[in-house]
Design a protein around this ligand. Structure first.
Ligand code: PEP
Ligand code: MN
Length: 362
């Protein structure tokens, strides 16, 4: 895979790559007016617009289709900006390439389907075009990487991974839960990939976009894909999350871009703090090891006295006690609950293994 800086000439040092444009191309006028207004902010590097729209339910606006290709070609010609569209099958790829589209993206629903990704990869054999791959709708990093691998095997060398969050059953303030740890994992496996955040589909409403974008910048993302529309409230799809070109400018102005290791700073103080953190982490591990030895003794007792592994009342009172204690120390009780659920689950597994290995342990 090519190093991202060579693969993406639009990427500048300490500046996020900005992909902006409407969720959907609706009319030629809307596409051109949005592009013109976005172009007046010279930080916008790539223009996006969906022409084939994968909608959750039938009956919603499903995109203008092939007619929109000519509108994007006009944007490219008149404003000199590379254009990107979503492709979901071989027919889309064929038409996009014929129309001279510069960048393709694979949507979240498509990434989740290896048959569809393979069809796209086959249609791209021997073509040198950058492809952005959105994370699948479910929190499955292997599936995300699998899609990139299918394209890589077909000869694609320029990639971007777009983080757009994942579906969730429970209602939350996000339309798609960010699950930021997906990105940490992706980066561990593909350290050179261009990483773009899509705060629009994570947020689902424009008020949250700045906050999500700032988090992405603080996690060292390379860029942002932000849905922007000349009249967001009248958009034919995803109206609540689209911003006007002016609002986009405000969001970008407010962003604080911090460097991972800014030049010329004295690292001595943070080094000291990091030493403390390392020491604390080692102590946590030592304590967990000590705890697991006690667990083994408890397992022996339970086995020899015919007790069940899981003791419901003991577990709920313990968790409540730990959370109360944590709150007194100004720690988030949700964190404590997560940590102790993991510890407790592990302890149950250990005890189960021991209890079922032999009838009596001495
Ligand atoms: C989009 O970018 O308009 C889109 C449909 O996104 P996603 O595939 O992330 O839902
Ligand atoms: Mn959209």
């Amino acid at each position: 895979m090519l190093i991202k800086n060579k693969a993406w000439p639009q990427l500048k040092k300490n500046e996020p790559l900005i992909i902006a444009g409407p969720c959907s191309a609706e009319t030629e006028e809307q596409v051109m007016q949005t592009a013109k207004a976005l172009k007046s902010d010279n930080r916008v590097n790539i223009y996006r617009a969906g022409i084939w729209k994968p909608r959750t339910k039938p009956g919603s606006f499903e995109g203008v289709g092939s007619i929109g290709l000519a509108w994007l070609r006009r944007v490219k010609k008149e404003f000199g900006i590379p254009v990107a569209i979503e492709v979901a099958n071989a027919k889309h790829v064929g038409e996009a390439l014929k129309a001279g589209i510069d960048i393709l993206w694979i949507g979240a629903r498509t990434t989740a389907n290896p048959f569809a990704v393979q069809e796209i990869a086959d249609a791209l054999k021997g073509v040198d075009i950058p492809v952005l791959v959105k994370n699948p709708v479910n929190p499955d990093v292997a599936l995300w990487i699998g899609a990139i691998e299918r394209l890589s095997k077909a000869g694609i060398t320029r990639f971007g991974a777009v983080h757009r969050g994942v579906s969730q059953f429970e209602k939350s303030s996000f339309r798609n839960n960010p699950e930021w740890q997906m990105v940490v994992e992706l980066r561990e496996q593909l350290p050179d990939i261009l990483l773009i955040n899509d705060p629009s589909h994570i947020s689902g409403n424009r008020e949250l976009i700045h906050k999500v974008s700032q988090t992405a910048m603080d996690l060292n993302f390379d860029g942002l894909m932000i849905e922007s529309h000349i009249e967001p409230d009248n958009a034919w799809s995803d109206a609540a999350q689209q911003v006007s070109p002016q609002q986009l400018t405000t969001i970008l102005n407010r962003l604080i871009i911090r460097a991972e290791t800014p030049e010329g700073i004295e690292l001595k103080n943070i080094d000291e703090l990091r030493k403390s953190i390392n020491f604390i982490d080692e102590q946590i591990i030592d304590l967990l090891s000590y705890r697991s030895n006690v667990i083994k003794d408890i397992a022996k007792f339970k086995l020899n006295n015919g007790m069940t592994v899981f003791q419901k009342n003991r577990w709920s009172s313990l968790l409540a006690k730990h959370q109360k204690h944590a709150e007194k120390l100004s720690l988030d009780p949700k964190l404590i609950s997560k940590v102790f659920h993991a510890i407790h689950q592990n302890s149950i597994n250990t005890q189960n293994n021991l209890l079922n290995k032999s009838d009596k342990i001495t």
